[in-house]
Design a protein around this ligand. Structure first.
Ligand code: ATP
Ligand code: MG
Length: 416
């Protein structure tokens, strides 16, 4: 029979990789929580309307990347393509935004129907953080500092650069949009097909084109920064001052527009050259109007999301030695009678913090040694007939050239 395979673009994360994932997740969790953020967990499936209303009808995500289906009740549901809209929905629903500042974070799978390639899959993972209730640029600085701290703790700072931009207010963006449409319409013959479609539906996204043939044209396009309203301009300048004071190196990239419609003012990305064209490992920005747009009371907000796959890939490529497994014990049991005793002793060791494999499946001691070696354990414990009767146990160092010793079971802990 043909074995059933996984869905294209939905990858298994195998035991050889999960330790690195766990270490990166733990670093992120610890760092984020040390800034006072609280974890929030929400469903994987939401009403389709939530994403249409927030991400924007003409964005790539909504027009071609969502996993949308009708449930048995004929309701249109969507596998979440991102977390911000869901976080806002949950915050409104549970009254989290009333007269309080919220710092929230989350980690989990997201789904987009895209062309699978290195650093791009159909099920992928975000670690996101969001701040609600602060409209001042110190919050932008804090959030960026948090992302920088994570990268620093992961040892990835040498491999990434920070790009920032301001998208201004909806009004200033609208006047910029008109200038941009005018400019690209004049050069319509030089655009590719994708950009011609964007010219009609979402002209700012032309700036985001990865087509090298358009680079020169985009370079000469009017700059968004010349159209910023005064408030956005001051906000952006203050943020830059804070980042400089914090020693966070950045470049202002006036072409950085991000793929979602809800952003206002600050947007930023941490980008690497080490992963080919899927170079953005973390992206975020301010979305001061989204809560109101989703039916809540006006609440300024901002956030970021790390792409976990790309962060893991970057760690694997730049520092392959990052994972280190802790020392462990392999318990060999050469006598049926000793089994229960061995299991109990093993559990005592686990309670004391050791990782312990107990040998299962019987077999000769020689055979068990082979299994012990394969397990990667650093210490072997042997409980055979002799030891069982004398209430002793034999300790053997599997990776060091030290003689084995036999000790009383009750003194085992002291020897280890
Ligand atoms: P891109 O331009 O690479 O498609 P995006 O702007 O669509 O990214 P966001 O929605 O901002 O991405 O998501 C934040 C981060 O999540 C990205 O910077 C990236 O690291 C990661 N990410 C997004 N889509 C995918 C995907 N399909 N597979 C793996 N990681 C992804
Ligand atoms: Mg995308």
């Amino acid at each position: 029979m043909e074995p059933i395979k996984a869905i294209r673009g939905m990858n298994d994360i195998l035991p050889s990789e999960t330790l690195l994932w766990q270490q990166i997740e733990a670093t992120m969790r610890q760092t984020i929580q040390s800034f006072g953020y609280q974890e929030i967990r929400f469903p994987i499936v939401e009403k389709t309307e939530l994403f249409k209303r927030s991400i924007g009808d003409t964005t790539d995500i909504v027009t071609k990347e969502m996993y949308t289906f009708l449930d048995r009740n004929e309701e249109s549901l969507t596998l979440r393509p991102e977390g911000t809209a869901v976080c806002v929905r949950a915050g409104i629903e549970h009254g989290l935004f009333y007269n309080q500042i919220q710092r929230l974070w989350y980690l989990g799978p997201y789904f987009r129907y895209e062309r699978p390639q290195k650093g791009r899959s159909r099920q992928f993972h975000h670690c996101g953080a969001e701040i609600f209730g602060l409209n001042t640029p110190d919050a932008d600085a804090e959030l960026i500092l948090l992302s920088a701290s994570i990268l620093q703790k992961l040892g990835l700072i040498p491999w990434v650069t920070l790009q920032i931009n301001s998208l201004g207010s909806p009004a200033s963006r609208l006047s910029y949009r008109q200038q941009l449409v005018e400019y690209f319409t004049q050069h319509e013959a030089d655009l590719d097909e994708e950009s011609r479609v964007r010219l009609v539906h979402n002209p700012l996204r032309i700036l985001d084109s990865k087509n090298p043939d358009l680079a020169a044209l985009i370079e000469k396009a009017p700059s968004l920064l010349n159209y910023l309203d005064d408030e956005s301009k001051i906000h952006f300048e203050k943020l830059q001052t804070y980042l400089t004071t914090l020693g966070i190196v950045f470049t202002v990239n006036p072409r950085l527009v991000r793929g979602l419609d809800y952003y206002t003012k600050t947007v930023f990305e941490w980008v690497t050259h080490a992963l080919g064209s899927q170079g953005t490992v973390c992206a975020g920005g301010r979305y001061d109007n989204l809560t109101e747009q989703l039916g809540g009371k006006p609440t300024p907000a901002l956030g970021f999301a790390f792409g976990m796959e790309r962060t893991v890939l970057l760690a694997q490529e730049t520092q392959p030695m990052m994972t280190k497994s802790e020392p462990s014990i392999y318990f060999m049991i050469a006598d049926e009678e000793a089994l229960a005793k061995a299991f109990l002793l093993a559990n005592q060791l686990r309670d004391a913090g050791w990782k312990v494999f107990t040998h299962c499946g019987g077999g000769s001691l020689k055979n068990q040694f082979k299994k012990a070696d394969k397990s990667g354990a650093t210490i072997g414990l042997i409980l055979a007939e002799e030891e069982f009767k004398a209430e002793t146990i034999t300790i053997k160092w599997l990776r060091e050239d030290k003689p084995q010793i036999t000790v009383l079971q009750k003194e085992l802990m002291n020897y280890l």
